[in-house]
Ligand binder design. Structure first.
Ligand SMILES: Nc1ncnc2c1ncn2[C@@H]1O[C@H](COP(=O)(O)OP(=O)(O)O)[C@@H](O)[C@H]1O
Ligand SMILES: [Mg+2]
Length: 330
């Protein structure tokens, strides 16, 4: 067994302990069902061996920061559990174990369908009526708005100025954008535009910020939604995660097979539930730039390299067209 396999086995045993299994049976309490490679991690799904026992999920976070990210995710999940108890359909996964040395977080498996999968059924033009997918997507997007509003209600006193956080995320996006064929001059113009947005909006109350608030990280479960992936939850501006979520749907609309009116309806449902009023055009741009900048750096290697390469070119072209259409003046 490799070092990380041994560490995962130990973390799963620790989870079995938390779930009340006796010492002698912890080692065999769970059976591996599936391994799911994700962008920055490898996720292991385990079934409970005893009948009726829920499954668990062990996430191994890659990279030098893996340990720190796992520790941070565990801390966030512990804190957020008191605000998202689930009674009103707004949840976070239950933390079972964490290994900050190897970058492992173990949570209880949340049963249900990921929102991006449900959206594919609800928004695909060729499949206008996959059951009640659109109705379920409407309810889930409203809940996602309320989930974010709840996150923003949590008081943070330690940070007075949100600007450094915004500038760090702006510069990270600009760096990703540099991967496409765009002139340094254009990049500078875009950066200057957002710096002036940050400046005029700098009085905003700092809130907890989920930097990947998107349907990929939402499970539509029994009676509600559960939001995943809290390893990089940090401080931010109240419009940031909202704009990132909104931009996910804007990005979907760039695909020719997506139903535009249904997509727009889901954007509205989300913003209505968030109840902070309409998103400013500058923040809409912020969300789109952040969202699309992630489409530029998909490494094209491995089994489906040529398909990924094609996708990457497709997104780069669309992103460039979108960037050119914007007026980068405030
Ligand atoms: N507690 C959980 N219950 C069910 N599925 C989960 C759970 N945790 C993670 N997953 C699955 O693993 C995927 C990756 O986990 P996530 O925490 O989002 O990490 P990443 O940073 O790699 O996106 C999720 O999109 C989801 O499909
Ligand atoms: Mg994720």
């Amino acid at each position: 067994m490799s070092r990380s396999q041994t560490a995962i086995a130990a973390a799963v045993e620790q989870a079995a302990h938390v779930l009340g299994h006796e010492a002698g049976e912890r080692q065999d309490a769970f059976r591996l069902r599936q391994r799911l490679p994700s962008r920055n991690s490898l996720v292991f799904f385990y079934d409970g061996v005893t009948s009726g026992a829920s499954g668990i999920v062990a996430k191994l976070i890659h990279g030098a920061q893996g340990g720190q990210l796992a520790e941070s995710e565990a801390r966030r999940l512990r804190d957020l559990a008191t605000h998202f108890r689930g009674g009103d359909g707004l949840r976070v996964p239950r933390l079972l174990a964490c290994d900050p040395v190897h970058g492992i977080v173990v949570t209880e498996e949340v049963g249900g369908v990921r929102l991006d999968v449900l959206l594919r059924q609800a928004l695909h033009l060729d499949r206008p009526a996959v059951g009640d997918a659109m109705d379920r997507a409407v309810v889930a997007c409203a809940r996602a708005g309320r989930w974010l509003a709840r996150l923003h209600e949590i008081e943070i006193r330690s940070v007075a100025d949100v600007r450094p956080f915004l500038i760090a995320r702006l510069d990270a996006a600009i760096e990703r954008l540099a991967a496409i064929r765009i002139t340094t001059w254009e990049l500078e113009r875009i950066r200057a535009y957002f710096l002036s947005v940050i400046d005029t909006d700098s009085g905003a109350r700092p809130v907890l910020h989920h930097p990947d608030y998107s349907p990929y990280n939402v499970i539509v479960c029994d009676g509600g939604i559960c939001v995943l992936d809290h390893s990089e939850v940090d401080v931010g501006h109240p419009a940031e995660a909202a704009s990132f979520w909104w931009a996910h749907f804007e990005w979907l609309r760039l695909l020719p097979w997506i139903a535009h009116t249904r997509t727009a309806a889901l954007q509205d449902v989300f913003l209505d539930a968030l109840a902070t009023g309409p998103l400013e055009p500058a923040w809409k741009r912020w969300g789109v730039v952040q969202r699309l900048s992630y489409m530029t750096d998909v490494p094209a290697s491995g089994r489906h390299a040529s398909a990924r390469d094609w996708w990457q070119r497709f997104w780069r072209r669309r992103l460039m067209r979108w960037l050119r259409k914007q007026e980068w003046t405030t």
